[in-house]
Design a protein around this ligand. Structure first.
Ligand code: APR
Length: 254
């Protein structure tokens, strides 16, 4: 899918920015729901961008799957090693910082990078629906988990507890979301006044269903994206622009 050239904020959006700021300033319970577009300006490819370089000939959806791992655990592990090194080099962008600076915000993210926390968000207020690249877990059922040095990520190895392979603690296609994260995300969406949706195509369920859940529970929905998405129909205010440009304008206290 080739992304249209990123647009900056149209001058016509200034009214929309003002109405969005109005909604945000009156919100008692403010929750962000973010996707790969939040980290795009940090140089982390969105999941549906064409894979670059060495990995261009591989289908990311196949690599990020239990079948792909079963078929070639070495290949999948080296793909994650490269992605981890790239994530370690990446820096939080202005959008991460704008979100992190709002200590009253709770964050639900589909992203597996750690940029929101590295930007200063309280980890206790970040729900990582699709897991995290900063940890490995046992591919079996023993529950072993370990934190990874993202600057020097390990290759394929076995679980010290049960001998199964270790794999990134992320949710692969076809796998269940972590129950605790999902339950917390539902609770936050049912209780929020404003849901700020940033950088997601809103096509992957069950995560994308959280937007309608919040809306049906009475929340106002603000969408920030570089192009219309499946969240557009649910938006009370939609701002087409780069997260790194729009979020500082939206969330700054002045
Ligand atoms: N600012 C705002 N939005 C952006 C930016 C940016 N700088 N760059 C890209 N976008 C938008 C794109 O237009 C797209 O609509 O962000 C959206 C990213 O959508 P996807 O690539 O589909 O990523 P996401 O919605 O997070 O995917 C959800 O699907 O692939 C799985 O598990 C993976 O968590 C991922 C989930």
């Amino acid at each position: 899918m080739s992304e249209p050239k990123d647009r900056t904020i149209d001058i016509a959006d200034t009214d929309r920015i003002e109405s969005a700021r109005e909604l945000l300033s009156n919100a008692a319970q403010l929750v962000s729901f973010t996707g790969a577009g939040l980290s795009a300006e940090s140089g982390i490819a969105t999941f549906r961008d064409a894979q670059t370089g060495l990995w261009a000939k591989f289908d990311a959806m196949k690599l990020a799957s239990a079948d792909g791992f079963a078929r070639d655990p070495e290949l999948v592990s080296s793909w994650y090693q490269d992605r981890r090194r790239a994530m370690a080099q990446a820096r939080p962008n202005a959008a991460h910082r704008a979100l992190a600076e709002r200590a009253d915000l709770h964050h639900i993210t589909q992203n597996i990078d750690d940029l929101l926390v590295r930007a200063g968000a309280d980890p206790a207020r970040v729900v990582s629906l699709h897991g995290t690249m900063t940890r490995d877990r046992c591919h079996g059922t023993c529950g072993y988990e370990v934190t990874i040095d993202m600057h020097d990520p390990p290759g394929l190895r076995t679980c010290p507890t049960c001998g199964e392979h270790l794999r990134p603690a992320v949710v692969w296609f076809g796998e269940m979301l972590p129950m605790e994260a999902w339950t917390e995300a539902e609770r936050l969406c049912l209780g929020c006044d404003v849901l700020l949706v940033v950088g997601t195509s809103a096509v992957v369920y069950p995560a994308a269903g959280l937007i309608a859940l919040a809306k049906d529970a009475g929340a106002q929905v603000i969408v920030v994206n570089t192009q219309p998405s499946d969240a557009s129909a649910l938006a009370d205010v939609e701002l087409i622009g780069r997260a790194g440009e729009v979020l500082p304008a939206l969330l700054s206290s002045k």
